[in-house]
Design a protein around this ligand. Structure first.
Ligand code: SF4
Ligand code: SF4
Length: 394
């Protein structure tokens, strides 16, 4: 096997004469292209994850293919630790790193509005903490000006501090913006990875398979069920477990808010709710998951082999994890202190962190779950279609 120069395709100026305009590959994309050609000749890692079977359905890798494969990769590290062509071999194959460098570009390339994506990517941790601190400070100042910063003991009556309609308006707008920005982003991503692909229509079976892969984090098992590589050749399932705790903890906290909203509007039962009520119990269980999961992911992140993945993205990863952790810590602080004179302060800090999370979630690490789900859906659709490469060789 010979080393192959990265291919950078030039945009043809002759589109008007019927030639196809081919997007120029960035240096990071050209590196994925180079490595995928080596892997396509080798195919040792075919059973590890979805990336390699998807790769074998292609002989060349256009921008759309590279973006798709980059988001299909879960950065489990299995193919790096198994690779006979990894450094110090001259081929220097490092699929998780090459994919990670492209993947982070897709978060900002497809983000809406795009400028926010670039901003967050460059300053993830700082942006996350500054937004949370700034918004909490804003709410604290508003309370100070109103004279309600220390209103005495209110028995957990949050609406005596911030009226219900004010909270519903503020958080409804922030959440609505986040959902809209994510929806536009993932739509742009889907169109970007399936250009002119009229067959890319999800069937029930494909959607079910993709959902299962997302919910079980199937491809964090290393392809053999023993888990990811993190700091060495040793396999560990803890990365998958901490992801599960974080994801399901977040979903339970979200469910707690949803149930509380139903209590409010359907049953006319207003907060505060007793500790053994459904919204509070869901919040406690979810909050615990949202402490253990992010702490575990932070520890694993610090231990991770720097060769695996892209170290330049760590501030963004940590910014996202820090916000999740702050949401649960300030939430528990509020639960414990809701019957004290500090309740208004605790509430303002918690709300500031939650608001910062909503506003930054379309531009950072949260987007990886959405884009990866879309890539897994494309994979589930694609594998049900005839393989053009095999058909061509018959
Ligand atoms: S990562 Fe290495 S071992 Fe795996 S398919 Fe690619 S070249 Fe082969
Ligand atoms: S790092 Fe893991 S998920 Fe990514 S391509 Fe390699 S084996 Fe697949």
């Amino acid at each position: 096997m010979q080393l192959r120069e990265p291919i950078v395709l030039e945009a043809s100026p002759a589109t008007a004469e019927g030639y196809e305009l081919i997007p120029v590959l960035s240096a990071e994309e050209a590196e994925v292209d180079r490595q995928m050609h080596i892997c396509n000749a080798c195919r040792y890692c075919e059973g590890f994850c979805a990336v390699f079977p998807a790769m074998t359905r292609r002989l060349d890798f256009a921008k759309a293919d590279i973006h798709y494969l980059a988001n299909l990769c879960h950065n489990c590290g299995a193919c790096l630790h198994a690779c006979q062509y990894a450094a110090p071999h001259e081929f220097a194959v490092n699929i998780p790193q090459a994919m990670a460098k492209v993947r982070v570009d897709t978060y900002s390339d497809y983000a809406w509005p795009a400028a926010f994506g670039t901003l967050y990517r460059r300053n993830g941790l700082t942006m996350a903490l500054a937004s949370a601190g700034g918004l909490a400070l804003f709410l604290l100042l508003a309370l100070l000006i109103n004279g309600t910063l220390f209103p005495g003991r209110l028995a957990g009556d949050f609406y005596a501090v911030f009226p219900h309609n004010t909270l519903a308006l503020m958080f409804g707008a922030a959440f609505g913006f986040a959902v809209l920005a994510l929806a536009v982003g993932v739509r742009r991503f889907w169109k970007g990875i399936s250009p002119g692909d009229a067959e890319a229509v999800a069937t029930g079976a494909a959607a079910l398979e993709a959902s299962g892969a997302v919910l079980k984090l199937k491809y964090l098992d290393g392809g053999h069920g023993k888990g990811c590589n993190n700091e060495s050749d040793r396999f560990t399932l803890w990365r998958r477990r901490f992801h599960h705790l974080t994801f399901y903890g977040f979903m339970l906290c979200f469910a707690a808010t949803g149930v509380a909203t139903l209590y409010h509007y359907l049953l006319g039962a207003e907060a505060p709710y007793p500790v053994f009520s459904l919204p509070v119990l869901l919040g406690i269980v979810g909050g615990l998951g949202l402490i253990v999961g992010p702490v575990g992911l932070l520890v694993l992140g610090y231990q991770r082999d720097p060769a695996q993945g892209d170290v330049a993205q760590r501030p963004m990863d940590r910014g996202f994890i820090a916000l999740l952790l702050l949401i649960s810590l300030t939430g528990f602080g509020l639960l414990i202190g809701r019957d004290t004179g500090a309740m208004a302060v605790l509430l303002a800090v918690h709300l500031g962190v939650v608001m910062a999370f909503f506003l930054t979630m379309p531009y950072g690490k949260f987007a990886h779950g959405i884009f990866r789900s879309a890539a897994l859906l494309k994979y589930a659709i694609e594998k049900r279609q005839p393989d053009r490469i095999k058909l061509g060789s018959e």
